[in-house]
Design a protein around this ligand. Structure first.
Ligand code: MN
Length: 254
């Protein structure tokens, strides 16, 4: 096996918080060993430097620069740090909007921050964003339409829970969807995932927030999500796995 084939991943976890597990370094090693192309997101730009350094020599782990919408209430001023670090990062996340009851009082601040994130990404170009859109898909898409023109950046909607018409609007905008195990549990979301074009689908864990039997899922658990997705889509699991890898290559091609 030559160096080129060896670095090809087997799986994709396009949204995970490796720095929120107690064994961050061991997880990076595990992703490399299992061949899980993992995007580890950060929730504050203050976490960027440490995450970047820890994954500096990883084959399969990439780090995203983020400012989580649920933290914007206390951390809006950190958008300045985000903007100053953006030239170092190809990947951006976790960013987005959250209109659930606990965070809705900060929604105006979240919109200000998200708008600046999108404008900065558009200005730099070629960023890939993993975006949170809890109860706010149409707002998120409106901001993307307004401030991140096609060709200036790419958006992956993480843990999408919007309606079918919102999904169609996102597809028309060129968005991808990263699917986790929780999204495939209920019939409503399974039916929605069934409607998504297979060429826009990626997998994610959103660990450690997603758990299985009370234990935080690890990136390698995307293998089970691929099997589940294959069932939803009526495909052979190995075909599904190959499609997801191809989708990742397409997403990242410049
Ligand atoms: Mn997350």
């Amino acid at each position: 096996m030559n160096a080129t084939t060896r670095v090809k991943p087997n799986w994709v976890d396009f949204h995970c918080h490796l720095d929120l597990y107690p064994d961050h370094a061991a997880l990076i090693e595990e992703c490399d060993q299992e061949g899980v192309a993992t995007l580890t997101v950060t929730t504050t730009p203050k976490a960027w430097a440490r995450n970047r350094d820890m994954a500096a020599h990883a084959k399969h782990v990439r780090v995203a620069l983020g400012l989580h919408p649920q933290l914007v209430g206390e951390r809006e001023s950190e958008i300045v740090l985000f903007e100053s670090l953006l030239s170092e990062a190809r990947y951006v996340g976790e960013v987005g909007l959250d209109a659930s009851p606990r965070f809705y009082r900060n929604f105006a601040a979240q919109e200000r921050v998200f708008e600046r994130v999108l404008r900065a990404c558009a200005e730099h170009g070629d960023k890939v964003l993993t975006v949170h859109s809890v109860r706010s898909v149409s707002k998120v898409l409106g901001h993307v339409e307004k401030s991140l023109p096609p060709g200036r950046g790419r958006v992956v909607l993480h843990w999408f829970t919007g309606s079918l018409s919102e999904a169609r609007r996102a597809i028309d905008l060129g968005c991808y969807f990263s699917i986790n195990s929780e999204m495939l549990k209920g019939p409503r979301h399974r039916a929605l995932v069934e409607q998504l074009p297979v060429e826009r689908i990626l997998t994610e864990t959103d660990g450690p927030f997603v758990q299985s039997n009370g234990v935080a899922v690890r990136p390698r658990a995307v293998a089970d999500t691929v099997i589940n997705l294959a069932l939803v889509k009526g495909l052979n699991p190995s075909v599904m796995a190959a499609l997801i890898l191809r989708n990742l290559s397409g997403l990242l091609s410049r």
